[in-house]
Design a protein. Sequence first.
Length: 285
Amino acid sequence: MSRIAYVNGRYLPHRDASVHVEDRGYQFADGVYEVCEVLGGRLVDERRHLDRLDRSLRELFIASPMSRAALSAVLREVVRRNHVRNGMVYLQVSRGVARRDHAFPAPDTAPSIVVTARRTDREAQEALARKGVAVITVPENRWPRVDIKSVSLLPNVLAKQLAKEAGAREAWFVDDDGYVTEGASTNAWIVTAGRTIVTRPADSGILRGITRTVAFEVAADLGYTIEERPFTVAEAHAADEAFISAATTVIMPVVMIDGSPVGSGVPGPVAKALRLKFHDFSEVA
């Protein structure tokens, strides 16, 4: 059965879904996106994701393409039509279609919206979490407003490719002062010898991840302390544990950084506990 996509008011077979050649998302990366986990056919943390979408749209002065209720209905319909039990739903909003010009188009230009959904192999993800993943470090070279979930992701793409070529799952950006900012598509965490969890503050230097937000609640329930502060690559190498977080990975243990093992070189108890309890604290509806 063909996958179904939603494009500007129409549900279309994936092979027939397309956007206009002068869509500003295509020509200028003038748009934002969200990725929401699907678990048992239900959306995970939809409210939080749509709140962040609203913020990204406001920051870029892009109008919302529809009401919150209508968008929620579209997300669920795309998941239903694609028979996704476990997977992800992707939505992208651009400033719309207009003659190519760097400045904003006319105020009445309608924003464009695309929604897709696909299945993921939940057991394969669990197997990966039991094994842990490797990351590499790369110089930070992104624009300063990474707190906006923009579709402008070329540095992230190049970083991911470097990670793939190195046999790693993720790349961590490192700023000019030697501090880790975040991953190409994840937030970055370490665990110190005292089982204190450390992650960079969610200011304009990183994206305020939805999974990151929920992880704070899980950690508090489990009695862990979290320090929001930058950490260096050297600290990460010396840490007892490390992990990454995102809607597509939940909590994923990191067992190797730049070819060197983290801690004992296997997933640690803190990351495993956070992963096990995560969906007890996320909003699944």
